[in-house]
Design a binder for this molecule. Structure first.
Ligand code: GDP
Length: 450
């Protein structure tokens, strides 16, 4: 299995970290190809929890190359914090390789992200406000700062100056907004006031201070900077397995997700070619990771969303709170219309279903098998038109639930019949085998299917 992509099949937080961690055992390198520190992977090893925002999940294996590809946008301060945190816990990070072509999230990107969201008010996208969107925007505008720029102070200063120039107006507005809000805060808190304080221009925006700070980051990151595309080719050409680990998920894809409520990069499998510098033919397997139900963070359409008791059950039993933001996730039944779309667009060859244990205690179980439009039309396919999706209502197949605690199950035969039937229904409906089933957060809490 030389090139293997692992992608989120829903709206993110499916448990890709754990699946990557498990499949990484058979790989030589693990590569992240898009996104920034808006992703949050959680891995539980021997009862110890590790949370990663930027570093690929494979870092816990000392013998594997762990790559941040050119398609990632990285905040050097956050990355260095993660590196220090891992070192403190005795994890060797010598095998971390960073593409010289990856773009940097600069302090002004973070400020502009927050300011943009506040300005949108009710229409806000619900970004994690980490500066990721503005960083990708600068990349497209050819105003980005890349990792390699950290190694040359003169070039770095020139590029920061050029990037800051067109943002002066927006940054000035931000400082006016800050003063206004400070006044208002004296008369009582207003929604967004706190965030606006955080968004206020600070001394870090000074060109010279920013340059100096980033030159220092460059010194620290230099041993990790590498030609990461070549590193992948060498492994693939030698027949070694390389995993391309997606962050976020298919329905949050900038082009193919529920735009504009999406992330600012492409998390689908095809994007691994661009974000890591490999050929489409290098990818032989695509694993999609889906929860046994569905969740979504932030705004945007979510046809199977639940507000009642079953939804509460999922939030509480599934601990559905974001790794990066701590926000409670919206929960709902598994959406097979959306999943079938994700299967096709990624060319999935296998599915991993996580958190099946969370469904125990719910009876009956429901899965959406089609939508109904506002006008009453039956929709078997995921609608490409935003207005149709927004108003679509799901129609469900009801399946019998199970009560047993399945967290100790390790083989398919251990699972209750209803759980096996549920998995079979999903696999048959979307036409892809379910090879791995998660029955708890621990690394060992999995059932491998034939
Ligand atoms: P990712 O970004 O897709 O890797 O997902 P997150 O790490 O944000 O969310 C997955 C969460 O679910 C983590 O807290 C995992 O420890 C946990 N998890 C993963 N698989 C399972 C599972 O099969 N059952 C349960 N109960 N929790 C799981």
């Amino acid at each position: 299995m030389p090139g293997l992509a692992i992608v989120g099949a829903q709206w993110g937080d499916e448990g890709k970290g754990k699946v990557t961690d498990l499949l990484a055992e058979r790989a030589d390198a693990i590569v992240r190809f898009q996104g920034g520190n808006n992703a949050g992977h959680t891995i539980v090893r021997d009862g110890e929890e590790f949370k990663f925002h930027l570093i690929p999940s494979g870092i816990l294996y000392p013998d594997k190359a762990c790559v941040i590809g050119n398609g990632v946008v990285l905040d050097p301060r956050i990355l260095l914090g993660e590196i220090d945190g891992l070192r403190r816990r005795g994890v060797d990070v010598g095998n971390l390789k960073i593409s010289a072509n990856a773009h940097l999230i600069m302090p002004y990107h973070v400020l502009l992200d927050t300011a943009g969201e506040i300005k949108l008010g009710k229409l806000s996208i619900g970004t994690t406000r980490r500066g990721i969107g503005p960083c990708y925007a600068d990349k497209a505008l050819r105003l980005g700062i890349r990792v390699q720029d950290l190694l040359d102070e003169k070039i770095l200063r020139t590029k920061i100056r050029a990037a800051l120039e067109p943002k002066q107006q927006a940054l000035r507005e931000l400082s006016v907004q800050r003063r206004k809000l400070r006044k208002e805060a004296g008369e009582g808190e207003r929604e967004g006031a706190e965030e606006a304080y955080e968004a206020a221009p600070d001394p870090r925006l000074d060109l010279h201070a920013m340059t100096e700070e980033h030159v220092n980051y460059g010194h620290r990151l230099e041993p990790h900077i590498a030609d990461t595309a070549r590193l992948c080719w060498e492994k693939l050409d030698a027949g070694r397995t390389v995993i391309f680990e997606g962050a976020q998920a298919t329905l949050l894809d900038l082009d193919h997700g529920t735009y504009p409520f999406v992330t600012s990069s492409n998390p689908i499998a095809g994007a691994a070619t661009v974000g890591a510098g490999i050929a489409p033919s290098d990818i032989e397997e695509v694993w999609g990771v889906a929860k046994a139900y569905a969740t979504r963070v932030g705004a945007g359409p979510f046809p199977t969303e639940l507000e009642g008791e079953a939804g509460r059950h999922m939030v509480e039993k599934g601990h559905e709170f974001g790794t990066t933001t701590g926000r409670e996730r919206r929960c709902g039944w598994m959406d097979l219309v959306a999943l079938r779309y994700a299967v096709r667009i990624n060319g999935m060859t296998s599915l991993a279903i996580t958190k099946l244990d969370v469904l125990s205690g719910l009876d009956p179980l429901r899965v959406a098998v089609r939508y109904r439009s506002r006008e009453g039309a039956q929709l078997d396919r995921f609608p490409y038109h935003q207005s149709i999706l927004h108003s679509a209502t799901p129609e469900y197949e009801e399946l019998p639930g199970f009560d047993a605690d399945i967290s100790e199950c390790r083989s398919e035969a251990d699972l209750p019949r209803q759980a096996r039937d549920y998995l079979d229904f999903v696999a048959d409906f979307v036409g892809v085998p379910i090879e791995l089933v998660g029955v708890g957060p621990g690394r060992e809490q999995v059932v491998w299917r034939d």
